[in-house]
Design a protein around this ligand. Structure first.
Ligand SMILES: *Cc1c(COP(=O)(O)O)cnc(C)c1O
Length: 357
C-alpha cells in the first residue's frame, strides 16, 4: 500500500501551552492524520490536515455499538536534539490485534508508522523538552457507516492525534492508593479485555468513580470468573515484588499485552532478578503482605511509565506496601526506562526509532 500522503498545512498555528500547564491529553498539536476505509477501495486517501472536528452522521456505528480501537505511544526529544519514538511497531501490531477482535479491517503497519513519522516531522516543535514531558500519540479507528443495524460497519476512519504531556500523575512518581474491586469486573476471557477498545474503559468508570470518592486513584481488577486472580490496574498492567521475585499476571486473554509490561520484563530479566508471569491470587498477596514478603508493587503503562502502589484496599483492610513509599526496584525501573526513552541511557534493546528529518 504505497500511498502518497496529501498534506494541507494550517495557516493558523496554535499557541503552545507552557510546561506547567500540561495536563494529560488536554492540548493538541496543529495537525492530524486521517484516512478512510470502504469495501471497494480499502484504506484510502491518507492525508495530514489541520487539527479539526470530525463531521460524522449521528447514526455512525461507533456512537451506538462502540466499534472502535485505539493506541497510545510517545515521542521524545533527546538532549542532543533528536526526535525518537519508543517501540512504535509494537503499538501498530497491537492495533491490528485489537482491530481483528473488533472486526475492523487491518491497517498496513509500516504505512501507519510512516504516516506517524510524517505527522511528527510537521508538528515536531510541539514535543516538549523538559524532564518528564513527551508528546503522547493517540492513533484510533472508528466505525463511520451511518446505520443503526447492529452489524459490522462497512466504513471506517483511522486517525492520529498528538498531545504534549507532562507527568501523568500531577504529583509525579509518588505511590498511589489502589482499591481492590470486588463488586464489578472489567473483562472475561473470550471477551475484549485483551483489545484496546473503548468499551473496556466505559465498563470501568462506575468502579473507578466509586473508588475515587473514597480517595483511591485506581482500581485493581480481579478476574471475572473466580473473582480471585489479579488482572490489571485501570489502564496499567501490574507487578509485585514478593520475597525477591518479580511477579506479574500472565497474558491470559483478558488483560492487555502492555508494551511497558513487556519492556519491564526484559529489563528485570537482563538484571538477573527472578521473574514470573503467572496467576496471582489476592489471597497470596494478602498472605505475602501479612508475613512481610510483599516488598513492592507498581503499575506499568505508556502514560505513567511506572506508578508505584503504596496501598491496596481490600475488603476494608488497608495493606500498606513499602511503608507507602516508592520502592528501590520501582525507582530503578522508572529511571532506567525513562532514561532510555529520553535517549539519556544506552538503548541496549534497540527500542528507539529515530526520526530522520
Ligand atoms: C494501554 C493499556 C495498558 C498499558 O499498555 P502500554 O502498552 O504499556 O501502554 C494496560 N492496560 C490497559 C487496559 C490498557 O488499555
Amino acid at each position: 500500500m504505497a500511498h502518497n500522503i496529501e498534506v494541507e498545512l494550517t495557516s493558523n498555528k496554535k499557541k503552545k501551552p507552557v510546561t506547567e500547564q500540561l495536563e494529560f491529553g488536554k492540548y493538541f498539536t496543529d495537525h492530524m492524520f486521517i484516512m478512510d476505509y470502504d469495501g471497494e477501495q480499502g484504506w484510502h486517501q491518507p492525508r495530514i490536515i489541520p487539527y479539526q472536528p470530525l463531521l460524522l452522521d449521528p447514526a455512525a456505528k461507533v456512537f451506538h455499538y462502540g466499534q472502535t480501537v485505539f493506541e497510545g505511544l510517545k515521542a521524545y526529544r533527546t538532549p542532543d536534539g533528536r526526535t525518537v519514538l519508543f517501540r512504535p511497531q509494537k503499538n501498530f501490531q497491537r492495533l491490528n490485534l485489537s482491530n481483528d477482535r473488533l472486526s475492523i479491517p487491518a491497517v498496513d503497519e509500516e504505512f501507519a508508522l510512516e504516516a506517524l513519522k510524517q505527522l511528527l516531522v510537521i508538528d515536531q516543535d510541539w514535543i516538549p523538552e523538559e524532564q518528564g514531558t513527551s508528546l503522547y500519540i493517540r492513533p484510533f479507528v472508528i466505525a463511520t457507516q451511518p446505520s443503526l443495524g447492529a452489524s459490522t460497519s462497512t466504513h471506517y476512519q483511522f486517525i492520529i492525534i498528538m498531545s504534549p504531556v507532562g507527568s501523568y500523575y500531577a504529583e509525579g512518581i509518588h505511590p498511589v492508593k489502589i482499591h481492590v474491586e470486588s463488586d464489578y469486573v472489567r473483562a472475561v476471557r473470550g471477551g475484549v479485555g485483551m483489545a484496546k477498545t473503548a468499551g473496556n474503559y466505559a465498563a470501568s468508570l462506575r468502579a473507578q468513580d466509586t473508588a475515587a470518592a473514597s480517595g483511591y486513584a485506581q482500581v485493581l481488577w480481579l478476574d471475572g470468573v473466580h473473582r480471585k486472580y489479579i488482572e490489571e490496574v485501570g489502564s496499567m498492567n501490574v507487578f509485585f515484588k514478593i520475597n525477591g521475585t518479580v511477579v506479574t499476571p500472565a497474558l491470559n486473554g483478558s488483560i492487555l499485552d502492555g508494551v511497558t509490561r513487556n519492556s519491564i520484563l526484559q529489563l528485570v530479566r537482563s538484571w538477573n532478578i527472578p521473574c514470573e508471569e503467572r496467576q496471582i491470587s489476592i489471597d497470596e498477596l494478602y498472605e505475602a503482605h501479612k508475613n512481610g514478603t510483599l516488598e513492592e508493587a507498581w503499575g506499568t503503562g505508556t502514560a505513567a511509565v511506572i506508578s508505584p502502589v503504596g496501598e491496596l484496599n481490600w475488603n476494608n483492610e488497608r495493606l500498606v506496601i513499602h511503608g507507602g513509599q516508592t520502592g528501590e526496584l520501582s525507582s530503578k525501573l522508572y529511571n532506567t526506562l525513562t532514561g532510555i526513552q529520553r535517549g539519556e541511557l544506552k538503548d541496549e534493546f534497540g527500542w528507539l526509532v529515530q526520526l530522520s528529518s
